[in-house]
Write a protein that binds this ligand. Sequence first.
Ligand SMILES: Cc1ncc(C[n+]2csc(CCOP(=O)(O)OP(=O)(O)O)c2C)c(N)n1
Ligand SMILES: [Mg+2]
Length: 693
Amino acid sequence: MNTKIKETVSQDILLKAYNHMMLAKAMADIYEENRSVCKYVHSTSRGHEAIQLATAYHLKKDDWVSPYYRDESLLLGIGFQPYQLMLQLLAKADDPFSGGRSYYSHPSSKDGNLPKIIHQSSATGMQAIPTTGVAQGLKYLQEFNLKTFSENPVVVCSLGDNSVTEGEVSEAFQFAALHQLPIIFLVQDNEWGISVTKEEARTADAYEFVAGFTGLERMRIDGTNFAEAFEGMEKAFDFVRNEQKPMVVCAKTVLIGHHTSGVRREFYRDEEDLAKHRAKDPGDILRNILLDEGFDEELLKQITKKARIEAEEAFQKAQSAPDPSPESVTEHVFAPTPVTEETGSRVPADANAKEKIVMVDAAIHAIQELMYKHPEAVLYGQDVGARIGGVFRETVTLGNKFGAKRVFNTAIQEAYIIGSTVGMSAVGLKPIVEVQFADYIYPGINQLITEISKSCYLSNGKYPVSNIIRVPTGAYGGGGPYHSGSVESIISNIKGIKVAYPSNAADFKGLLKAAYYDPNPVVMLEHKGLYWSKVPGTENAKTVEPAEDYILPFGKANIIKEADKTETEKGRTLVIVTYGMGVYWAKEAAKSFEGRVEIIDLRTLVPLDEKLVFERVKLHGKCLVLTEEQLNNSFAEAFAHRISKNCFKYLDLPVETMGSLDLPAVPINLILEKEMLPNADKVSEKIKEMLSH
Ligand SMILES: Cc1ncc(C[n+]2csc(CCOP(=O)(O)OP(=O)(O)O)c2C)c(N)n1
Ligand SMILES: [Mg+2]
């Protein structure tokens, strides 16, 4: 008898684990025996069962967990039924996680009785930042008493050994350590990353690797021995739950199954390696523990038999479950927003409000009003804190007003800044974050595409990510190649993200309010040249400040300047469709063509007010789409094509486009910059050419 085990792990738990292990094994066997039925790629947990169950049994309903794609045992352990998991295996309509959209063991759950699970992508390591964002959010909820928990919640982020070498994982470790977040990073180390060996991938395992992250506790566990793993995880959970501090648990496991159903072990593993791994089968180890504990061999046989029957029945039932309907394919790209109408006072009646404000102040005032009203609003990014209030002073005064817990600086970690909003949003907070320059959004684009944009769709509507990502953008006179770029084509090409591009203070304030109440992710592109109307010709970016209640829905373009009706009737007018700085170039250029130019400011690029644009293009028969971006393969070109297709019969000319020269960057020299970018004169030339047809 192993008294040590008896003291710490009850026999009930040992038996429960054996049941679950046999169930996981039976499921894996059945999938292998039915490869033609299980046609979608899947991984199983064979070899990893012990550490996964040991983790699962410590998770409580207020906890959060991000299971890895190999974590089916963890899912069984927290209470999902084989039938539910198999619905995802076979991509059926009732798959509780994704409605038949994602792979096996890619869960997301809001079930009130179980630990919560945010959307899980397949990108190895990329879950570390969103999951750390959950821990960041839970800490904030508790600090501000926005939610009370009977026990401190714990977050678990499950990772494979090979995913730890991804750069983003270090951003998560860094943030969790620095802010002392209640998270366990569970690394399941089977020493393989598909066919890449540990020798090819790393100089140290996760335990050694994290030694330099001061404040990140660490522990090693034999993840194949359930009793040891249970004891270890008990310590880890106790520590994180009570101390509210982060920890890395490095659990050694073996890989007994295939990497996936498609990438099979015999492709890259020899018998010697397989035998070494099989010798530590967690099922066999637990069986021996149970026999040591005095359990009857016959009982263990019965458990195995029962598990097989249960798994077979679930598999039969799952096969006959209905497939998703074809129409469901377009559901849940976005969650519905409550903001659909322009409401409130854009131009308040009182005299004081008559003074015009610059766009950057509209941003600050809008955020301030929101933060006073909503304690769940949090603002963070590089240099946005009280000390400087943003390198463009675009958050100035906010740090002092709301304190360092609600407005704070981060390290230079664009992936973390953007990706953490997934977790913050999941726990009910509203993160407003900032990337310092559009040119530096690229390290964060992975999170935007891989995690944020797909979360609502692949969780079948359960986890839309509600955030605002502020991105100062565009050229403003000698800013140079890494501080003048535009990114709207890249951002608006990501499905599942909304994109605003305001051109003046009033629009900015109204759109920021709409973004706040929108349950979906929003990128606010904020032109640096318009922030203070310092660039000549942009004075009209200043407006009277709308009242606090003013809100401007996305997807409503604005006719900034109308053409003369009589000129239009004669077929002598054109419409310029533009946004951001383009609005001011167009306005200036239009001055030389009195009554003959209409200007539409799109205000948001996603959603896009195609209806208004098509209507006006049909009326004028001539259209120029004007952008600051390099033109080839741009948003502007794509939109011009859609305008052509929809308005073809009404056009006098092909839809024209104008943008920057197709160069890799905006050069710093002012002469070169001017040569590259559009301006009012260039637009004027274009108008002349188009109107002369
Ligand atoms: C970002 C990313 N790159 C590559 C892949 C393809 N891929 C899937 S699993 C895997 C190996 C992961 O190894 P590890 O994290 O150790 O997990 P294990 O399969 O060993 O449990 C790779 C490279 C991916 N899913 N995501
Ligand atoms: Mg591995």
